[in-house]
Design a protein around this ligand. Structure first.
Ligand SMILES: Cc1cc2nc3c(=O)[nH]c(=O)nc-3n(C[C@H](O)[C@H](O)[C@H](O)COP(=O)(O)O)c2cc1C
Ligand SMILES: [Fe+2]
Ligand SMILES: [Fe+2]
Length: 401
């Protein structure tokens, strides 16, 4: 059964949600599922903006057919060639063989890499800033390279101010009837997933995101229609400002994040003792995570969120405990920068985790280590409480700066 949604008289939502997939990109857990959004515009010419993931292809194809209500498809705009959005392109071409595919040079190259159908005879190649008029609607194509992949562009409908923003402004989370952000408790129920999506998917490309935000600032945007998650028609500035914060590597909140690894519990205990000391000194907004229990994508996202971070790990076969090492590796891979940090190490015979963690933090940009490494030999001892107090003071100063 088709399940299309009318956005305006001539713009339709034809996407669908997947609540079954465990791991997005086969790496990010998505407890709340994910939606693959796609849009049809009915003008003198008909337009489909992006396709969907193969997992929802049956509903998607029914939706496209229903939205077109018997008409042929004239244009398929491909804003992004990642398979979560392009995996139904060949099927669209089979069903609508006269369709013109709108994309840039890189898009066409990628379509040819993924598929074997005749691309050249259908290609409508656009350059940055080019427009396409389909009757009442004029679409402007704005390149947004690396706002996930190099071929990415966003499409601005100048007739109604709709920005088809590709992966930008998307989020994990399946849709549940409501397709607009103002119809759900976005800040309470969606923001954590939106942050985790942004940081993990495009967090590395802050500079490119800022460039795209600059281009977007000059457009009279009335609605943002992303490829994942709800559509924005109210409070757009609030969500754009979140992107501005994340893309510029500024912390979103003053707060203390403590992430530890611990095999038998003594490193965890040291972190709890330190957190209590910080709380006694008046520090608020303290969060503790076990890196073995919480998925790395959540930890990376939380590191981007808070101003001050403690990393604690036992020495493990002369290395950092693997889950902590993975977090630090992932932070570096996502260009994590501009934070205050402190390190706690543990070990029973030859401690080396602290030095190695410090080296990894030093290899990232502008990570300010605000205290000497707190070294624990097997378990925290009374005589170390002076050091713990000093560390708590440094953390308080950082959080309250
Ligand atoms: C598999 C394994 C490898 C370890 N390798 C080292 C090591 O190379 N150097 C060291 O000083 N301690 C090593 N340790 C000891 C732990 O770092 C130490 O017992 C620490 O106190 C554990 O902290 P926890 O109670 O938070 O798990 C190792 C422990 C395990 C289980
Ligand atoms: Fe993508
Ligand atoms: Fe995507």
């Amino acid at each position: 059964m088709q399940n299309i949604r009318k956005i305006t008289e001539d713009v339709f939502y034809v996407g669908a949600s997947d609540r079954r997939l465990a791991l997005f990109e086969n790496i990010y857990p998505i407890e709340r599922g994910v939606s693959y959004n796609s849009y049809v515009v009915l003008d003198e010419k008909t337009v489909l903006l992006d396709t969907a993931d193969h997992s929802v292809s049956r509903e998607f194809l029914e939706n496209v057919e229903a939205a077109l209500s018997g008409r042929d498809l004239d244009y398929l705009v491909v804003n992004h060639m990642e398979p979560d959005h392009c995996s139904v392109i060949a099927e669209i071409v089979l069903r609508y063989p006269d369709v013109k595919i709108v994309g840039n040079q890189k898009t066409m190259q990628m379509i040819k890499q993924f598929y074997t159908f005749d691309v050249d005879s259908r290609a409508h190649v656009v350059k940055d800033g080019d427009t396409l008029t389909t009757g009442k609607h004029t679409f402007a194509f704005v390149f947004a390279p690396m706002v996930h992949w190099p071929e990415v562009m966003v499409t601005f409908d100048t007739s109604n101010g709709f920005l088809f923003s590709a992966d930008a402004f998307g989020t994990f989370g399946a849709l549940a009837g409501n397709i607009y952000a103002d119809e759900v408790e976005f800040e309470k129920e969606w923001l954590d997933d939106a942050r985790r999506y942004y940081i993990n998917i495009v967090g590395k490309y802050g500079v490119q995101v800022v460039n795209t935000l600059k281009k977007a600032a000059s457009l009279p945007i009335k609605m943002i229609l992303p490829l994942h998650g709800p559509i924005w028609r109210e409070n757009i500035g609030w969500f754009i400002s979140k992107y501005q914060t994340w893309a510029t590597y500024v912390s979103e909140e003053k707060g203390l994040l403590m992430v530890y690894s611990s095999i038998y519990g003594d490193t965890a205990n040291a972190v709890d003792v330190l957190a209590a000391k910080c709380a006694e000194k008046g520090v608020k907004n303290i969060h503790i995570y076990d890196a073995s229990k919480t998925d790395c994508s959540v930890l990376v996202s939380e590191c981007f969120r808070y101003s001050t971070i403690v990393f604690a790990s036992p020495t493990y076969n002369a290395e950092i405990f693997p889950k902590m090492e993975m977090l630090l590796t992932e932070l570096k891979a996502h260009a994590f920068q501009n934070r205050d940090a402190a390190v706690i190490e543990n070990g029973t015979w030859a401690l080396s985790a602290g030095k190695k963690m410090s080296e990894m933090l030093a290899s990232m940009k502008d990570i300010r280590v605000i205290a000497p490494v707190l070294s624990i030999k097997s378990s925290l001892k009374d005589e170390q409480m002076g050091d713990v107090e000093a560390l708590a003071d440094a953390l308080k100063k950082s959080v309250e700066a």
